[in-house]
Design a binder for this molecule. Structure first.
Ligand code: FES
Length: 157
């Protein structure tokens, strides 16, 4: 699965921590960036690669919402619905997305371009409402900003 270069990166990640257990998140990120998801195969691969119990890797992969066990769109719209964002109208964010591309939380467009995910606090409460698009934050969202963002991604394809 991983290339020689990627395996070196795994070693580098491992070197930052006193135990391999602590390196699981970083290696899972690498796996997901490459495979698109962290499914059973990915859990088994990462566990074997860094010699930690599969149950531990599975626990990490299913606890944190940034790891996906099912296929996601090329563009992952991760909408924060935690308290600050909820008070600043995260419902508007979800409605605007639904109106523009026809999908809600947990769904993916037929063309595989977009998927929508509900996430807990993204740590940017002061600029709520917030969403993360493929790890890039978009803040102080308005319907106009959201539509513009979606249209830009659509144009990129
Ligand atoms: S509640 Fe949404 S970023 Fe904190």
């Amino acid at each position: 699965m991983f290339t020689e270069e990627e395996l070196q990166k795994v070693q580098e990640i491992r070197s930052h921590y006193p135990t391999n257990l602590a390196a699981v998140m970083g290696v899972l990120h690498m796996y997901q960036d490459k495979a698109g998801i962290v499914d059973e195969k990915g859990v088994a691969y990462v566990a074997k690669l860094i010699d930690v119990p599969e149950e531990h890797v599975l626990g990490v992969a299913t606890f944190y919402e940034m790891y996906h066990q099912h296929p996601t769109g090329k563009y992952k719209l991760q909408v924060c619905t935690n308290v600050s964002c909820m008070l600043c109208n995260s419902d508007m964010v979800l409605k605007t997305i639904k109106d523009r591309i026809g999908i809600g939380i947990g769904e993916m467009t037929d063309d595989g371009l977009f998927s929508v995910h509900e996430v807990e606090c993204l740590g940017s409460c002061g600029t709520a409402p917030v969403l993360s698009l493929n790890k890039q934050y978009h803040e102080n969202l308005t319907p106009e900003k959201i539509n513009e963002l979606i249209d830009t991604m659509k144009a990129k394809g």
